[in-house]
Design a protein around this ligand. Structure first.
Ligand code: PLP
Length: 350
């Protein structure tokens, strides 16, 4: 019963096998390995983007921060949701890599930006005076940090507003596969066809040991990204081990299969919890991540039985009124089993 995070899940066996195979003999370093050529070709095929430039890094923060640095000048602002990972959880890496750009935080339910809120934020930030920052870029997260999924139509509406204001758009896809499975969209529909210019394409949360891709749908300034990756310390010398992971991830649709497993467990968990009196599942979780209010006594039973997950407060689940609702975050992964979910539900039911 481990619902702390999907990046606490093990590495998928197919990926470990691929790493073992990649460990034979020698391979050119710094991304010149044969497997990287395979990854580049596969991502271009999967995204129906034959010109796309594709790079690998080892962390989602690196993928996001390099993307922001590439897309936004220091004197501009990045429009993102108030709960965006780039705002709340990356220690200002985006601000650092842009050389000091500002983040403009926007509200919206489920950590989704609404078109009205974005339009208002853009209008408020539009000021040609030298004392104000310029309009920089839009960054959307899909799956969102609150477990909701943007549809391609929703993405397109937001990127159109950004584009009308002269801004490019980025997608933090740390859980991109989960969002695709949830919406049924194709990779192209969710990204460049919906106006996304740069994608952080996650793998680590979904069965990789540590590899994320950055996909530039317009390769015109790709060399600038390469220089930033080198300068930022994110170019792996033994790059074949990143390539091997990503190649295995993309082979025969493994990435979508793993995300489908994670989402199926998430949906089983969310539906089971929603049916329990006194339990409130926030919003409607689209995939594998959810925020849930449960009575203190339910938390106490689950914790005592070894369930692991984050509470969203410093409440003590062992002391205080039994029926006080306490909010927690639950995340399933490709490796979550039905038995784990059922055991947890039984504990919460009491
Ligand atoms: C939405 C989102 N973006 C980016 C990241 C960053 O990934 P990493 O922890 O690999 O830097 C995370 C990780 O939790 C995330 O949830």
């Amino acid at each position: 019963m481990f619902f702390v995070s999907d990046n606490a899940s093990p590495v998928a066996p197919e990926v470990l096998d691929a790493l073992a195979r990649a460990n034979e003999g020698y391979a050119m370093p710094y991304g010149a390995d044969a497997l990287m050529a395979e990854v580049r070709a596969k991502i271009r095929e999967v995204f129906e983007a034959p010109e796309a430039a594709v790079y690998l890094v080892a962390t989602g923060t690196g993928a996001n921060a390099l993307s922001l640095g590439f897309m936004c000048p220091p004197w501009a602002t990045v429009f993102c949701h108030r709960h965006a990972h780039i705002s709340e959880d990356e220690c200002a890496a985006g601000e650092f890599y842009t050389g000091g750009a500002k983040l403009t935080l926007i509200d919206g339910p489920g950590a989704k930006i609404t078109p009205a809120a974005l339009a208002q934020a853009i209008a408020e930030a539009t000021n040609p005076d030298v004392h104000h920052v310029r309009l920089g870029m839009l960054s959307l997260t899909n799956l969102t940090e609150r477990g909701a999924a943007y549809t391609p139509a929703e993405v397109a509406e937001l990127t159109a507003l950004a584009k009308a204001a002269g801004m490019p758009s980025h997608m933090d896809g740390a859980r991109f596969a989960n969002a695709l499975v949830a919406t049924g969209a194709t990779p192209a529909e969710m990204t460049w066809k919906a106006g996304i210019d740069v994608l952080s394409f996650g793998g680590t949360k979904n069965g990789l040991m540590g590899a994320e891709a950055v996909v530039l749908f317009d390769p015109a300034k790709a060399i600038e990204f390469e220089l930033r990756r080198m300068r930022g310390g994110h170019l792996f010398s033994k790059h074949r081990y990143l390539s091997a992971q990503m190649a295995a991830y993309l082979k025969d649709g493994l990435w979508l299969k793993l995300a489908a497993q994670a989402n199926a467990s998430g949906q089983r968990l969310a539906k089971g919890l929603a049916a329990i009196p006194g339990v409130e599942v926030q919003a409607a979780p689209a995939a594998n991540l959810m925020f849930v209010r449960m009575p203190r006594s339910a938390h106490a039973r689950a914790r005592a039985a070894g369930a692991a997950y984050y509470l969203m407060s410093s409440d003590d689940v062992t002391a205080g009124p039994a029926d006080t609702p306490i909010l927690c975050r639950l995340v399933t992964s490709w490796s979550t089993t039905d038995a784990e979910v059922e055991h947890f539900l039984a504990l919460i039911r009491g």
